[in-house]
Design a protein around this ligand. Structure first.
Ligand code: HEC
Length: 102
């Protein structure tokens, strides 16, 4: 019984640190989309080439979906609640214009 409790505690901790958390990154007011991408995204999304920052699946290949993804995250991607307004717009423009499709 004690083992099970410890195991539960450890996995709860892993979930807390690991996934679905929000990222506090706040872009500087004048940051370009590219600057935001390299500061906040490349740790997970390694650019494919200089022209292709990300390969987007069809459903996400539009600005609204990219912004929604960034702000809401997912089980495996943190949510960036401080990327808002014009910064989110510039970031989505950059990702979209530097995306390959599948
Ligand atoms: C901690 C790692 C991590 C960081 C940091 C991260 N992402 Fe993600 N992202 C993921 C993972 C994992 C997926 C795939 C799973 C999913 O769709 O949720 C993903 C998926 C996406 C998708 C959907 C791609 C598709 O084709 O379905 C977009 C768009 C995206 N990320 C944009 C961004 C942007 C823009 C940033 C920077 C603000 C960013 N991500 C930062 C891990 C990350």
């Amino acid at each position: 019984m004690k083992k099970v409790t410890t195991l539960l505690a450890v996995s709860a901790l892993l979930v807390l640190v690991g996934c679905g958390k929000s990222n506090e990154y706040t872009p500087p007011a004048d940051a370009s989309g590219e600057a935001i991408f390299s500061a906040a995204c490349t740790q997970c999304h390694t650019p494919v080439s200089q022209d292709v920052a990300m390969v987007l699946s069809e459903g996400v290949a539009n600005k609204e979906a990219i912004i929604a993804k960034v702000q809401s995250g997912s089980m495996r991607m943190p949510s960036f609640t401080n990327i808002q307004g014009e910064a989110a717009d510039r970031l989505a423009d950059y990702v979209l214009s530097h995306s390959g499709s599948q």
